[in-house]
Design a binder for this molecule. Structure first.
Ligand code: SF4
Ligand code: SF4
Length: 502
């Protein structure tokens, strides 16, 4: 007798009255949930295989399907939740590390964006109407000169250090080719170009086809150095040294050999079928002095034409780390928070290591201001930016700009099924299987990304106008624009905001 220890988490509900047995759900589900019973001619579902990606629901032409949380529940226990027990069954069966993907959904770790409220002008400082008056959402990322001189014609007479110019304070976060499909990278690069912003290669190198989008590309150098060569460094508008990632601070990356195929292998410069494992540390960085050397080497290798960003995970002593990075010669620091997404991470690390971006960001901005080095370096925040209000709150807490990863993937169809590590993404995003990857049209995807960022930028202008602010730079670190709700005094102190009503 076979015992099913790991009981299904989802129920696949099919309306038998509506279903015409067209088999579209069977074709669309790479997890093999739906099968036609040849004897009865009816569709059947194996719910144990379902990950709740909602692809079949979205593709069923007559709306005959629903996926719901399974109703079967274990005997309730306050500490030993059903998830806790099911994880033990899985590990007892396999002996393996629990893998997952996307960002942590730990309910106990607060999402501070939802506990912060924005200000609006009333009477004494009137709001600005963004439809009738100019609103500046352009952002410069990089070291700011100590003094700026202008010539007699009023034009800038000071050579600016290499920097990035964004039309909106939103970048696309680092996601590597290999973890996501070629079509996603193609969509991101086209959207970045159309929007006047940047996408980030992640640690998998840059596909040859996408070199023409280099002016809107940040090329990443991670500990594995996959796909890194001089032409690659020269191709991007900026270089990012990846030290850490919010979803898995302290460990490296792992792309399974199954995903290292064809152009992914060629772009990464690793043999086909071989696991691409990037080490936890950069083996040439054990101190800020070492980091300084790598920053200097990358600048020298690219003729001092590219700004260098250092990306770190939000961890306990992030303010001191950021202070060191600001002194390393880097032009920007990218901080990725606890809820940041990933294509694959050990679930224990994703759900237990690091701190929320909101607290990290506020602490970093405050420390850099106290040390009077804030102008030396720009701050990019990421890790669960879900909408335009989160962007505005992040900037008010001290970010110059934000990166969006999960939100961008949602615009392309992601339903957060947290199964990217399986390589079977039914939406054609986190997969290298040609039939699945072909489901995402890069032109349509680029348009959806452009629509999303344009919509957010419009909303950002409206929120800025409501606060009486007409330049996004005037919002940066402006915590008077924020009030906390339901937070402890300690949390308010770290965030540097007053409680609502004060
Ligand atoms: S895995 Fe996705 S496509 Fe397959 S049955 Fe579940 S919801 Fe439908
Ligand atoms: S990218 Fe695909 S596999 Fe990953 S969470 Fe989104 S829908 Fe699921």
């Amino acid at each position: 007798m076979k015992i099913q220890w790991d009981t299904p988490r989802f129920a696949v509900l099919r309306d038998r009255e509506l279903c015409v047995n067209c088999r579209i759900c069977e074709q669309q589900c790479a997890f093999g949930v739906h099968k036609k019973d040849e004897k009865t001619g009816k569709m059947r579902a194996n719910a144990a295989l379902c990950v709740d990606c909602q692809r079949c629901v979205a593709c069923c032409p007559i709306g005959a399907l629903q996926i719901r949380p399974a109703e079967n529940t274990f005997r309730p226990h306050a500490g030993w939740t059903q998830d806790a027990r099911q994880e033990i069954y899985r590990q007892a069966a396999t002996g393996g590390v629990l893998l997952s993907s996307m960002g942590s959904s730990q309910k106990e770790v607060p999402c501070y964006w939802d506990k912060l409220l924005l200000n609006a002008s009333q009477v004494t400082n009137p709001p600005i109407d963004p439809l009738r008056e100019p609103m500046e959402t352009e952002v410069y990322l990089g070291r700011r000169p100590d003094k700026v001189r202008r010539g007699p014609d009023g034009k800038l007479d000071t050579a600016l250090p290499p920097h990035l110019e964004l039309k909106t304070p939103i970048l696309f976060a680092a996601m590597s080719y290999g973890a996501i499909s070629y079509n996603v990278h193609a969509a991101l690069s086209r959207a970045a170009q159309a929007l006047g912003t940047y996408y980030n290669t992640g640690e998998g190198g840059l596909h040859r086809d996408l070199y023409p989008y280099g002016a809107n590309t940040i090329v990443q150098v991670a500990s594995g150095r996959f796909g890194v060569h001089r032409e690659y460094l020269m191709a991007g508008a900026a270089i990012e040294i990846k030290i850490g990632q919010g979803a898995k601070p302290g460990i490296g990356g792992h792309l399974t050999g199954a995903k290292i195929v064809g152009d992914v292998a060629r772009t990464r410069m690793v043999p086909e079928g071989m696991d691409a494992i990037s080490p936890a540390p950069h083996h040439d960085i054990y101190s800020i002095e070492d980091l300084r050397q790598l920053v200097a080497s990358l600048k020298e290798a690219t003729g001092y034409t590219k700004p260098v960003i250092v990306k770190v995970a939000a961890v306990h002593n992030i303010a001191a780390i950021a202070s060191g990075i600001a002194r390393s010669g880097a032009d920007a620091i990218a901080i990725d928070g606890f809820r940041g997404g990933t294509g694959a991470a050990p679930a224990r690390i994703r759900d237990n290591v690091g701190i929320p971006i909101e607290l990290a960001l506020a602490a970093v901005d405050e420390r850099l201001r106290q040390e009077q080095i804030r102008r030396r370096i720009s701050v990019i925040a990421s890790g669960s930016i879900r909408n335009s209000a989160d962007v505005v709150k992040a900037i008010a807490l001290g970010a110059d700009a934000v990166s969006i990863g999960t939100a961008a993937l949602c615009a392309l169809g992601c339903h957060l099924c947290a199964s990217c590590h399986t390589g079977l993404c039914n939406w054609g995003i986190a997969t290298q299987r040609p039939d699945l990857a072909a489901r995402l049209d890069p032109d349509e995807g680029a348009q959806r990304l452009v629509n999303l960022v344009n919509a957010w930028t419009r909303e950002i202008r409206e929120m800025m106008g409501g606060m009486g602010i007409n330049s996004i730079e005037a919002l940066c670190g402006n915590r008077l624009a924020l009030r906390g709700i339901g937070l402890t005094q300690k949390e308010l102190d770290i965030l540097g905001v007053k409680h609502a009503g004060e």
